[in-house]
Design a protein around this ligand. Structure first.
Ligand SMILES: [Zn+2]
Length: 87
């Protein structure tokens, strides 16, 4: 899993004041997978894979609400919409 870094603004915990509970400022949002990706993810889980899934991104406190609003979409669609909010 990658360290926290906001998908939208690039904020990381290095940008925040030091101190405890910094990770709490970031939230992991899980977006949807298609059937094929879901099967692949389950196979990886069974093998104990510990990489960063493509449908999971970090968001800072400011952007997590926007991300959660797209959570039900397929991750590719959701991330495209988040990058282009005016459309
Ligand atoms: Zn952000």
């Amino acid at each position: 899993m990658r360290p926290p870094r906001c998908f939208l603004c690039g904020l990381t915990h290095w940008d925040l004041d030091g101190g405890e509970g910094i990770d709490a400022s970031f939230t992991l949002v899980h977006f949807g997978l298609n059937a094929e990706e879901q099967a692949l993810a389950e196979a990886r889980d069974r093998e104990g894979w510990v990489g960063h899934p493509e449908n999971v991104e970090w968001f800072c406190g400011e952007h997590v609400a926007q991300a959660k609003a797209k959570e039900h979409l397929h991750w590719r669609e959701a991330l495209t919409q988040l990058r282009n909010p005016a459309r």
